[in-house]
Design a protein. Structure first.
Ligand SMILES: Nc1ncnc2c1ncn2[C@@H]1O[C@H](COP(=O)(O)OP(=O)(O)OP(=O)(O)O)[C@@H](O)[C@H]1O
Ligand SMILES: [Mg+2]
Lengths: 226, 297
């Protein structure tokens, strides 16, 4: 569960990125976070992953209070999340299988579990047959599916995606969103930033619209719902 | 820490060494080169110190007793010298017969020029051979020795003793300065090499952090990688040092047969320990300190 309570964020250079955001996302929800460039969407995502701390207000994510979290607890919070980026962030020197397994290894999962779980998740994103390939041998859409598999691998409660379709053509974007929707229907909460109104309208989910660091609309339905 | 985790750290550490082959090669070479340079200077310093010690031991003061004194009186002067002068490490009485015998031996083949000079016509006098504590006080000590009644004269080669003293202090100063400089340079170069290796992997580190790896977990493979690089560099440096020192020994022995360099066998253990220690510290510390920067945020 995510709760943002009157959250302000001012960057070190004085930029006021968030000016009083309040929102609540319950377990099992699918939420689109939309808004113009520079409105503060990525800043919210970074607060949720504990990459940033709020200047004021409270950010609660899966039972952790990001504002006062201890350094040593940050990895614990992150293990409850799966994060997906616009630029995929795969390790070029590792195979698809290794990129996904890596996320399990570094949290100390036993090899036996890894051997069972990785093929399962690759199957889920439709890439089981490309497990031995390297990222550069895949299309953008396929690379993003690897990143989704990696985000899913540790069975997170919450998937957070910052413009996951930003680098993809409309057909690939639809594919990625469909996978995220499928993951959501299996019980995982999904929060995704997007610019693509067509996608938002198509899926008819909850849409939180941000502008100038404030929530300007929070409704279920299309992109321009007000 | 579980067994499969330790295995993971080692696998990743070894993978890192080979994956970043060029950087690893550079780090190992730099460590080996620094060790070789520092080691060579230290070993040369050790040998020069040894020659100096030997020369110093040979550089003694000769105290010749007055001709008119009886053997008993001559021997009593030894007690007087010991009582009045405290800069004495060793005092040896040499009766004139022994002195003549030594002289003959020194002359060797030409010893026959002393033919006919027997004990009763011995031109030499009873004497003392004195080894000083502090060679730098030689001049004063000689003056004081000559002040003792019954001493005919005291003498030593000032040139030799002064040469010895100044050489020793120059060698010491130069080798310490060089070693300290090289130590600084090698730590700098190595930490930069490790920095390059870490920089190469900042994305990987970023991904590890995003998926919730703990700081310790992220650090371990790098520590092992640094450890492996340090030890490999130390081993390479050790074998290079061995062969360089051995050929140096052969060369020196060819040029100056009378001077024996310390054999490498005698120095092997200490060189090995120092090299390994240096490699370990530099490798592990270099990676730990560098990785810390990437783990912030
Ligand atoms: N690290 C930073 N330091 C200073 N200012 C920043 C930093 N990151 C973002 N900002 C500023 O904060 C504001 C919000 O940025 P943010 O990245 O959250 O926007 P966004 O909604 O994600 O935009 P986009 O759709 O272009 O990705 C912008 O004015 C931006 O310039
Ligand atoms: Mg953004």
């Amino acid at each position: 569960m995510v709760r943002l309570i009157d959250v302000y964020k001012q960057y070190d250079n004085g930029t006021k990125a968030l000016r009083g955001i309040t929102a609540r996302i319950d377990d099992g929800e699918f939420v689109f976070l939309v808004g113009p460039s520079g409105s503060g969407k990525s800043t919210i995502i970074k607060l949720l992953t504990s990459e940033l701390r709020p200047t004021e207000g409270k950010v609660l994510v899966n039972g952790f209070n990001v504002g006062i979290i201890r350094r040593g607890d940050i990895p614990k919070l992150r293990r409850t999340l799966g994060v997906i980026f616009q630029d995929f962030r795969l390790i070029e020197k590792r195979s698809v299988y290794e990129n996904v397994a890596f996320a399990m290894r570094v949290v100390g999962a036993p090899p036996r579990d890894i051997r069972v779980r990785v093929p399962f998740v690759l199957e889920l994103v439709g890439l089981a047959h490309k497990a031995r390939r390297r990222p550069f041998e895949l299309s953008g859409g396929e690379q993003q599916r690897v990143a989704i598999a990696r985000a899913l691998i540790n069975n997170p409660k919450l998937i957070i995606a910052d413009e996951p379709t930003g680098n993809l053509d409309p057909a690939r974007s639809l594919e990625i969103m469909t996978i995220l929707n499928k993951i959501n229907s299996l019980g995982t909460t999904v929060v995704t930033v997007t610019h693509e109104s067509e996608l938002v309208n198509r899926f008819a989910k909850r849409v939180i619209a941000i502008d100038g660091g404030r929530v300007i609309s929070d409704r279920t339905g299309g992109y321009f719902a007000r | 820490m579980k067994r499969y985790e330790v295995m993971y750290f080692f696998r990743e550490g070894i993978r890192g060494v080979f994956l970043h082959g060029f950087t690893s090669f550079a780090a190992v070479s730099v460590i080996a080169a620094c060790l070789l340079i520092m080691g060579s200077f230290s070993l040369i310093a050790v040998n020069i110190d040894r020659i100096i010690e030997e020369l110093r031991n040979q550089n003694k003061i000769l105290v010749v007793v007055n001709e008119s004194l009886s053997r008993a009186e001559a021997q009593s002067i030894g007690t007087r010298i010991n009582r009045t002068i405290d800069n004495i490490e060793e005092l040896e009485f040499i009766p004139k017969e022994t002195a003549l015998e030594n002289y003959r031996e020194q002359l060797g083949e030409q010893g026959n020029i002393l033919e006919g000079i027997e004990d009763e016509r011995n031109p030499l006098r009873d004497r003392y051979l004195i080894q000083l504590h502090d060679v730098s006080l030689m001049r004063e000590t000689i003056e004081r020795l000559e002040g003792i009644a019954g001493v005919e004269f005291a003498a030593a080669s000032f040139e030799v003793s002064e040469f010895i003293l100044s050489t020793r202090s120059i060698v010491k100063a130069v080798s310490y300065t060089l070693i300290i400089m090289l130590l600084g340079v090698s730590v700098f170069i190595i930490s930069n090499t490790v920095k390059l290796a870490t920089f190469d992997r900042r994305e990987e580190i970023g991904i590890m952090r995003v998926v919730g790896a703990t700081y310790a977990f992220i650090r371990w493979p790098f520590v092992i990688e640094g450890f492996l690089l340090g030890l490999t560099g130390a081993a390479l440096g050790f074998f290079l040092q061995w062969s360089v020192y051995s050929s140096l020994t052969r060369m020196v022995n060819g040029l100056i047969p009378s001077f024996n360099m310390s054999p490498f066998d005698d120095l092997m253990i200490i060189v090995l320990l120092l090299f390994t220690g240096f490699g370990f510290v530099v490798g592990v510390l270099g990676s730990v300190l560098t990785i810390r920067k990437f783990l912030r945020v």
